[in-house]
Write a protein that binds this ligand. Structure first.
Ligand code: 6PG
Length: 242
C-alpha cells in the first residue's frame, strides 16, 4: 500500500532540471555509499535523459567506482544499434567516465529471445543483490521517463508485463516500430528507495495532465507507488503547460 506522497518540482528549463537532478544523484549516492558501501541505480533510455547523462559525465568527483548502473529497460536490438538504451548511455555517459566494467549491468540482447534475456537479467539482479527466494532488489535510485501513452519503463498500457508480480524482469512484445523489449517490473520499481520521473517537452503536457490532474489510474506511470521510498516528479514547465 502506498503511504508515500509524491514530491513535485517544476523547472523553467532543462538546465535547471539537470542541475537539480545532479545534486539529488550526488546526495542519494553518498548516503547509499555511507550506509552500505555502494550505490545501485537503474536508469531509463529514451530521449529525455540524454542531456542529464551528458551533464553527469561532466561532473567531477562522483563516486563511480562504488556506483553500480543497471538499466530500467532495453529494446531488443544489438547494443550498438541507434535505439539501444545501453548504446545511448554509453555514448553520453559511460565512455566519458572512469567506471569499472563490473559496475555496468546491461541487458544482454545477444540471447535468442526477449524472454531469455529477461531471465538472464533477473539472475544478474538476484546475484548482485544476493536475494533470497522471493526477494526483491532495493535500488537506491530508479530514473524513469513517461511516454505520451502513459507508459513508463517498458510497461505499456494493457501489456502482460504490467501485471507481473512474481518476476523482477519481463519480456515485452510490441510492434516493429517500438521494438520488443525487456523491462524491470513494478515490484522492483516500487521497492526502490527513490524513484524519479523526468518529464520534459510540450508533447508530454497531455499525459502529465492525465496523470497529475485527472489522476488517471489506468496509466502504467500511475502504478508507480514506492512502498517505502520517495517518489519525485521533475518537470520542465513546458510539460506542465495547458
Ligand atoms: C525507453 C524507456 C521509456 C522512456 C519513455 C519516454 O526505452 O524508451 O525507458 O520508458 O522513458 O518512453 O521516452 P522519451 O524520453 O524518449 O520521451
Amino acid at each position: 500500500m502506498n503511504t508515500v506522497s509524491a514530491e513535485y518540482f517544476f523547472f523553467k528549463n532543462l538546465n535547471e532540471m539537470w542541475q537539480f537532478m545532479a545534486a539529488k544523484w550526488r546526495e542519494i549516492a553518498s548516503d547509499a555509499i555511507e550506509g552500505k558501501g555502494y550505490f545501485a541505480v537503474a536508469v531509463s533510455g529514451g530521449k529525455t535523459p540524454v542531456g542529464f547523462y551528458q551533464r553527469l559525465a561532466a561532473i567531477s568527483g562522483l563516486p563511480w567506482s562504488k556506483t553500480h548502473i543497471f538499466l530500467v529497460d532495453e529494446r531488443f536490438v544489438p547494443l550498438f544499434h541507434p535505439e539501444s538504451n545501453y548504446g545511448m548511455l554509453r555514448e553520453n555517459l559511460l565512455k566519458k567516465i572512469s567506471i569499472p566494467a563490473q559496475n555496468l549491468h546491461y541487458i544482454s540482447t545477444l540471447e535468442s529471445s526477449p524472454s531469455a534475456a529477461a531471465e538472464i537479467y533477473e539472475e544478474e539482479l538476484r546475484a548482485f543483490f544476493k536475494l533470497p527466494e522471493g526477494g526483491v532488489p532495493e535500488f537506491d535510485l530508479i530514473l524513469l521517463g513517461i511516454g505520451e501513452d502513459g507508459h513508463t519503463a517498458s510497461l505499456f498500457p494493457g501489456s502482460e508485463a504490467l501485471k507481473e508480480r512474481k518476476h523482477l524482469t519481463a519480456p515485452v512484445t510490441l510492434n516493429r516500430l517500438l521494438r520488443d523489449r525487456v523491462t524491470l517490473t513494478l515490484p522492483v520499481i516500487n521497492n526502490a528507495k527513490n524513484v524519479v520521473f523526468l518529464v520534459s517537452g510540450k508533447h508530454k503536457a497531455a499525459v502529465a495532465r492525465k496523470l497529475l490532474d485527472e489522476k488517471d489510474h489506468s496509466l502504467p506511470a500511475s502504478m508507480v507507488k514506492p512502498e517505502k521510498g520517495r517518489l519525485f516528479f521533475l518537470m520542465e514547465s513546458e510539460a506542465r503547460a495547458s
